[in-house]
Structure formats: C-alpha cells, structure tokens
Design a protein around this ligand. Structure first.
Ligand code: URA
Length: 240
C-alpha cells in the first residue's frame, strides 16, 4: 500500500494531509525518515511512526460504541437545545459521522449503540429482523399477571396498533421493577404498552441489544468501543 493511503486510513485524515506530514519529515517507516508519499509498504508488517509515535491499532472501517446514555440527553446527532448522544463521544471521534442505531427517550437511560456502519444499523433496526432489546423498567404500580399475559399475546395500543408479542416479567425484589424484552421499535413503545393497563413508567433503562449487555462498568455518560466478539454477536442477531 502507498504510504499516503496508509497514513490517511490509520489517521483518518485526507491524503493531502498525509503527503504534508511525509514531506515535512514527520514520518518514519521501519525507523527511516520517509518523505515520499508514493513509497510502497507492507501494511501488515511496517512499523510507521508520526513525530516519533507509533501508529496504534488497526485502521477501522467502522466504529461501534456502547454508550450508557444519561437522563436528559437526546438520541440524535444534532439538536439546537439539548446535548445529544453523539455530542458525548465527538471529542474522541472528530472525523467520524456517528449516529445512534435506535433511540431512547430523553428521560430513558442505558445502552445506545453509536456507529458509522449504516448497513449494520439498518439491519438492527429493520422491523423484519426482530433484534431483541432488553430493558429494566420501574413502574408506578406493581406488575400484574394481566400485563405479562397481555405483553405475551401482543398489546393493542390506544390508537389501535397491534404490537408483536413481548416479554414483561418481574425483575426481582421490588414488584414495580420489570424486565421487558422487545423485538420491535415503536415510538414510546414501552410507556404506551404499560399505559394500556393504566400503569405509568417512572424509569426506563436499556440494558441489552441483540444479546450484547451494557457494560456494568460504564457510568452514565461513559462509553467504550464494542469488542470484536460483541460486534459479531450483534451481526449474528441482525442476520437471524
Ligand atoms: N420505550 C419507551 O417508551 N421509551 C424508550 O426510551 C424506549 C422504549
């Protein structure tokens, strides 16, 4: 691979910038200053440094970020008023066009997947793919067997929309705490589903997407990249 292409991929900068870096003598290949942008190198074995610092990690075509969304942050890329989920990570990914693959309400918390892989996001969100999303919900009233049975059969919303079967089971401890698993993504879905039974939602936390659990070590507002294994798990869930 040409040096300027290699630098552009690894650093996420335009080729012109890579050529400038090389021309000013900032780049070494296997310990030797290399000013020629068209130098050919083996991208698997070459030791390339910029200003003495080795380039870390492999070039990633796409990034996949697990964010623990705090309350009050909106699931959007841009918003005139509120902080968005992409605002929270933008400092670390200035050149990536990241977007949330699926939304959480402003008042909800938990797992938001941020990525620039449009194909995977589409597959996760596509209604026909049925990727599971898991939530921990706190109701203003205890969960009843009627609610659980209604979720299992498929709730009909107040506007007549018939939803796919879903799971609502006691989360243990407090009878108002409920584990909900959905395979659909309808606006305000959980709040509207419980609303059919006259129950209000006091708190809603997404703890898993497609078999990938939100990392318990992530405080609200914290994020990390998914491991390769987690990306593979998501891909498999979206393929099913
Ligand atoms: N259902 C809701 O009502 N709100 C969310 O944020 C997610 C699912």
């Amino acid at each position: 691979m040409r040096l300027d292409k290699y630098l552009s991929q690894r650093l996420g900068v335009p080729r012109s910038e890579s050529r400038r870096l090389a021309a000013r003598g900032s780049v070494t290949v296997d310990g030797i200053i290399c000013k020629k942008a068209d130098t050919q190198l083996d991208e698997h074995t070459a030791a390339v440094c910029v200003d003495g610092r080795p380039l870390a990690g492999q070039y990633q075509q796409f990034v996949y970020i697990m964010l623990n969304k705090p309350e009050g942050v909106v699931s959007a890329t841009r918003d005139g008023r509120d902080t968005t989920v992409t605002d929270l990570v933008a400092g670390d990914y200035p050149r990536r066009q990241l977007f949330p693959a699926g939304r959480l309400d402003k008042t909800s918390t938990g797992f938001v997947l941020l990525t620039d892989d449009g194909a995977l996001a589409h597959d996760i969100l596509a209604p026909g793919r049925h990727v599971e999303k898991e939530y921990l919900v706190t109701l203003d009233t205890p969960l009843t067997p009627e609610m659980s049975a209604g979720f299992a059969a498929g709730v009909t919303l107040a506007d007549g929309q018939r939803l796919a079967p879903a799971l609502a089971e006691p989360a243990g401890g407090d009878p108002c705490r409920v584990r909900v698993v959905l395979r659909q993504g309808v606006y305000h879905q959980i709040k509207r589903m419980f609303g059919v039974y006259g129950a209000g939602v006091n708190a809603l936390h997404r703890c898993g997407i497609g078999g990938v659990a939100l990392d318990a070590a992530l405080a609200p507002g914290a994020y990390r990249e998914l491991t390769e294994q987690e990306v593979e798990t998501l891909r498999a869930a979206a393929r099913r």
